[in-house]
Design a protein around this ligand. Structure first.
Ligand SMILES: [Zn+2]
Length: 321
């Protein structure tokens, strides 16, 4: 099953071995022997590890053994604004992005194409923007559809994780490492179970904020209690206020969930607005482990600044397969 799941993150131009072999840890001495540029990249890794003050968090909150039900009772959406946040969840601005350590990759967790009813990015524009942003792995997460993600996984010279942003009763839920489309319009626990049944990971995008389909803390705690939530988005470049990302980061800090970052790009020029740098991975489980070491890089992007383009795109029904 793990091998099948790994296939969905392999794009053309990369053989399975490149993806299946985990790189050496960035902070072992071997890193220094990895060739040109390794020394500066190694010091970059050391700088990043200095941004990991998790030990400064209250032990009751940084411990995975903290009782979820007591957390659920004490954490309110307003109190999250004042809650401790892991420093690695605090975004380094894009124009100050650190050198990528050897064996690490740049991953955008949340991206849309013309396969989403509200996005217009074509295959060519998507490929060009991803190349310009120098991303290593892209999660294509169209609304309630996976067809274009499958097409681009075959076309692009970059690793693609097949994803879907699924509308549920309690808000939007992203499935990552999918094989096929998950139906929308169900309770979030049902949608999460359908993601898991095909070997995927569950990931809540833009939680807590004022958006129509943002999942609440209560809904996320309900998923956690059923062991159906793998990770959440702690930085979304389209969020209108820093405090919204901060609350998401505080929730991940309190619960111990891994945090991801994404552009939520609906236009080509939004690609490159956010990503997570993290150790490379070779399976969904390994992906989750690497996320725990990841550092958020991102700068909020106002979607209103995007350029309107006239487009003829396929109808949504043509994409639901
Ligand atoms: Zn989205």
């Amino acid at each position: 099953m793990v091998e099948e799941r790994a296939v969905s993150c392999v794009g053309p131009g990369l053989d399975a071995e490149q993806v299946a072999t985990p790189p050496a840890s960035v902070d072992t001495p071997d890193t220094k022997e990895m060739g040109r540029g390794a020394e500066s990249e190694d010091s970059a890794a050391q700088q990043l590890s200095s941004r990991q003050p998790d030990a400064s968090l209250p032990s009751s909150l940084s411990s995975p053994s903290a009782s979820i039900s007591s957390l659920a009772a004490s954490l309110t959406e307003s109190s999250l604004a004042h809650f401790p946040v892991r420093e690695r969840f605090v975004a380094i601005p894009v124009d100050e992005a650190p050198v990528l350590p050897v064996g690490w990759v740049k991953v955008d967790f949340h991206m849309h194409t013309y396969g989403s009813g509200d996005a217009v990015t074509t295959d060519d524009e998507f490929g060009a923007a991803v190349e310009e942003a120098d991303l290593d792995v892209v999660c294509i997460t169209d609304h309630n559809a996976v067809r274009v993600a499958h097409i681009l996984a075959a076309e692009l010279d970059v690793r693609v994780i097949i994803g879907e942003e699924i509308k549920t009763h309690e808000g939007e839920l992203i499935g990552l490492f999918l094989q096929e489309r998950v139906a929308f319009g169900y309770p979030s626990a049902v949608a999460a179970s359908m993601v898991r049944e095909q070997g995927g990971l569950t990931y809540v995008p833009h939680p807590i904020g004022p958006r129509n389909y943002a999942m609440s803390t209560e809904a996320m705690f309900a998923l956690i209690e059923e062991d159906l939530l793998d990770a959440i988005e702690v930085f979304n470049a389209r969020n209108s206020l820093d405090v919204i990302n901060r609350k998401a980061a505080a929730f991940a800090t309190a619960t111990g969930l891994p945090g991801g970052a994404g552009s939520d790009a609906h236009y080509p020029e939004e690609i490159g607005a956010a990503w997570l740098i993290m150790p490379d991975f070779d399976s969904p489980d390994d992906f989750l482990e690497s996320m725990q070491e990841g550092q958020v890089v991102g700068t909020r992007h106002d979607p209103k600044m995007s350029v309107w383009r006239p487009r003829i795109i396929p109808s949504s029904s043509a994409l639901f397969s």
